[in-house]
Design a protein around this ligand. Structure first.
Ligand SMILES: NC(=O)c1ccc[n+]([C@@H]2O[C@H](COP(=O)([O-])OP(=O)(O)OC[C@H]3O[C@@H](n4cnc5c(N)ncnc54)[C@H](OP(=O)(O)O)[C@@H]3O)[C@@H](O)[C@H]2O)c1
Length: 253
């Protein structure tokens, strides 16, 4: 049976991605910190699932996750674990912010590199990095570090995708860039969305459809497709001011 690994499978988009990979016939390895949530999900899945608790803000834990799963010949890696923070850059907590960069960027970087080498050796496999439409924007005042972290994920994925394409590799890599999705994201980031989000179920389905359809950048919602297209042509200062206004609404919860 083919194996998939999903990080951040204890909630939201990751949990839906794990459910959908299971129903597509994968044996899924579920990783996150909350073991009880992962066990609950594993019990619900049709195929045999494996639970691995790991704090991916710790680089050694990323390496341990890889070492514990490399023999399973993971054919789909989903780097989904991540979180956001809101507030003026000079006021947000530095330690929590660095931990966010470790999960949103370093863990994605480490796991992509390690599994990509194995997939390239077999010339087979798929990697889905969960970025954000935030990563398609020139910046996000009041969520500065979060937007920058997701821009990193988008940039890294697009570059690797081009390297793979240029050498005719059959390994696929994509970045999923949703706008607001109804998950626990807001509770963790201590904010609320300015606009209604799409469901995690819809987001996950579009993500997998895009991944297996070999689309490099996947924007699941029509509104965000329009917004990111507009952001490409509008002056950067206008986009930044609009983004700041949208983010300040999130603070009014
Ligand atoms: N919701 C949105 O509007 C939205 C929009 C665009 C992109 N995204 C991205 O989508 C991804 C999933 O977020 P979500 O919306 O589904 O939020 P969520 O419901 O809060 O889920 C976040 C997941 O990440 C895991 N996680 C967080 N810190 C971790 C750590 N240190 N180590 C291991 N796992 C960790 C959490 O598991 P534990 O707490 O159990 O460790 C949880 O399973 C994130 O990368 C987020 O940036 C979300």
């Amino acid at each position: 049976m083919r194996t998939a690994l999903v990080t951040g499978a204890s909630s939201g988009i990751g949990r839906e991605l794990a459910r959908k990979l299971d129903s597509r016939g994968f044996s899924v390895i579920l990783a996150a910190r909350r073991a009880d949530r992962l066990e609950e999900l594993a019990a619900e899945l049709e195929n045999e699932a494996t639970v691995i608790t790991a704090d991916l803000s710790d680089r050694r834990e990323c390496l341990r996750l890889y070492e514990e799963t490399r023999e399973r010949r993971v054919s789909v890696l989903v780097n989904n674990a991540g979180f956001g923070m809101i507030g003026d850059f000079e006021k947000t907590d530095l330690d929590r912010e660095l931990s966010m960069l470790d999960v949103n960027c370093a863990a994605v970087h480490i796991l992509t590199k390690l599994y990509l080498k194995d997939m390239t050796a077999r010339d087979k496999g798929f990697i889905l990095n969960v970025g954000s439409s935030a990563g398609l924007m020139p910046g996000g005042p009041l969520m500065a570090a979060y937007y920058a972290s997701k821009a990193y994920v988008v940039s890294l994925t697009q570059s690797v995708a081009e390297e793979l394409r240029a050498r005719g590799s059959r390994v696929g890599i994509s970045v999923l860039c949703p706008g607001p999705v109804e998950t626990e994201f807001n509770d963790v980031a201590e904010c609320s969305f300015a606009v209604k989000g799409i469901s995690a179920d819809y987001c996950a389905e579009e993500g997998l459809r895009g991944l297996f359809g070999r689309r490099t950048v996947i924007v699941p919602d029509a509104g965000m497709k329009l917004a990111s297209a507009a952001a490409k042509v509008a002056p950067r200062r206008v986009v930044l001011r609009t983004a700041r206004m949208m983010q300040s609404k999130k603070l009014d919860r």
